[in-house]
Design a binder for this molecule. Sequence first.
Ligand SMILES: CCCCC/C=C\C/C=C\C/C=C\C/C=C\C/C=C\CCC(=O)O
Ligand SMILES: [Fe+2]
Length: 667
Amino acid sequence: MGRYRVRVATGSFAFSGSTNQVQLWLVGQRAEAELGLQLRPTRGQMEDFEVDVSEDLGPLRFVKLRKIHLLLKDAWFCNHITVWVSEKSMEEAKEIVFPCYKWVQGDAIICLPEATAWMMGNDVQDLFQKHREEELEERRRLYRWATWKKGLPLSIDATSEKDLPLDVRFHENKKSDFEGTLIAGMMKIILKRIYTLLNSWNSLEDFDQIFWFSKSTLAKKVRQSWKDDDFFGYQFLNGVNPTLLRRSTSLPNRLVIPKEAEGLQVQLERKLQEGCLFEADFSLLDGIQPNVIQGKKQYLAAPLVMFKMEPDGKLLPMVIQLQPPCSSSPVPPLFLPSDPSLTWLLAKAWVKNSDFQLHELQAHLLKTHLMAEVFAVATMRCLSGMHPIFKLLIPHLRYTLEINTRARTKLISDGGIFDQVVNTGGGGHLEVLRRATACLTYRSLCPPDDLADRGLLGIPSALYVHDALRLWDIISRYVNGIVHLHYSGDKVVQSDLELQSWCSEITEIGLCGAQDRGFPVSFQSRADLCHFLTMCIFTCTVQHTGINQGQQIDWYAWVPNAPCTMRQPPPTTKDVTLEMVMATLPNVQQACLQMTIAWHLGRFQPDMVPLGQHKEEYFSGSGPKAVLSHFLEELDTLEKEIVARNKNLDLPYEYLQPSRIENSITI
Ligand SMILES: CCCCC/C=C\C/C=C\C/C=C\C/C=C\C/C=C\CCC(=O)O
Ligand SMILES: [Fe+2]
């Protein structure tokens, strides 16, 4: 009994509307009513209409909808349905929202529950129980785990992006941009190849011949300063891979210092005692089988670099050892800043090649992309759309399953980009991923723990550290706000079966039993839950942006600064010539492909959603809205602080400016 105003909101991206008709029902606690209308949803529109219902439906719980087609099946992207109900006037009507944000395909009836977040168990009237059971059964059928390669986290069961459920596919504009820019990139490679065929390729300056498209200001600075020691050191703090550096607590065992280099030993020990000795150790690469590209063997090293931090915050390399000692070979030489300039430059280039591998495979692919995929699959399988944690996380999982599926078919696949131009390709890259998975800890994904473990707290020149910690705290307050609205105490957490199964599915199934590396199999308290959720959102947003977006364009465009492969063995003496350097660094074709892919993956995404600024409203009521708006205010304050700080820096650190942080892993 009453008059209802109904609003149907359709997505605004290409093909969201439908030529099919949509039929609606209102489902209340006491009865349901079929609305005698059939509408054709239009892209980007809100379509409103009013209806009188003669029965007493009771409080509204669901909207049901069905898309009817005659000949052509035309999927429809429904954002949400909103209903205002009043027995008197529409001005006083109460608004009830039914979020959808899904594709409506086929002609099955779809049930949208109203937006109030419910956990299993506190839904006392069992009203939604059947709905959530059916929903999860269907999702478990659609989102299945698969082992892509043994020893890696599990992934979504899809051999290509075409196998993925439509709801997690790229929207049309993202797809055409992704595929279009690849084609544009490949055209530019052809042009560069033609241009370089006419010229020589035997000096470092010859890399300029291909350094002419999509150069950022920082990429130009890299080209200018890449040989400088302080610039080399800077990159371990604030460059493309700030995840490896650690403060030394002793001299590394692998660093065998010959008697005649006693001075070096003294210097290292002094710096150690002063607390300003740092190291970057690439031992994970030791023994990895190098690639063979077009019949030519490539080479790999597993370096160690020792740094000192100067009082002005500059990090300067003191010594580089390219390979760990091994009983069957002579003691590996130590390369020093005092060596002939080309020798020292080549040693640094080797370090940057090793850093390329650990950056892309361990820090980027494994610790952001593949982790986010585990969160995404577990979320789809374990948490109903009505669950508050589903509502909290889902905006941070957009597009991740598709970009990862594309990575498995084009980037790290047999014959993919790694096989074509990277010296770990051809299987070594998978072994690096396996080794990195075997030592992946929960602490290493949580900056307050990770940065403390690495001794990087309280360093004014460590800008990534500063910004990452600020963002962790802001995300943590956001998560706390949402969790405390829905969980009145630890007992509610403990008794939330969907949530507990989500947790164990991540640790025991997705991560193949990672409890011995600190990952939880259950949540005992709200604090446990908040910490884990903060890690999830931080990983999918801040951490991915910090090591992906923009940076690849900046740091990987000038290829000698981060060579994707090395074509000659690491030097074993200090006699290094320019010919040796050029024969070692990537050839023209490899360098061109590196630039193109780095640009493709690092460029600003046209449909980018900044952190917290998703338009989807999964929650209802003023509580979650207030928490989200406080989150956005805190991000805005940080944005202003970072902008002000950067004005006084020669090299601004902009990657973790909140407006640049993407809300999920989409590239
Ligand atoms: C030679 C430079 C490689 C740099 C990139 C290396 C690792 C990036 C890690 C994660 C990226 C994740 C997903 C990328 C997805 C798709 C693959 C990119 C290009 C595909 C080319 C194609 O489609 O043909
Ligand atoms: Fe990425």
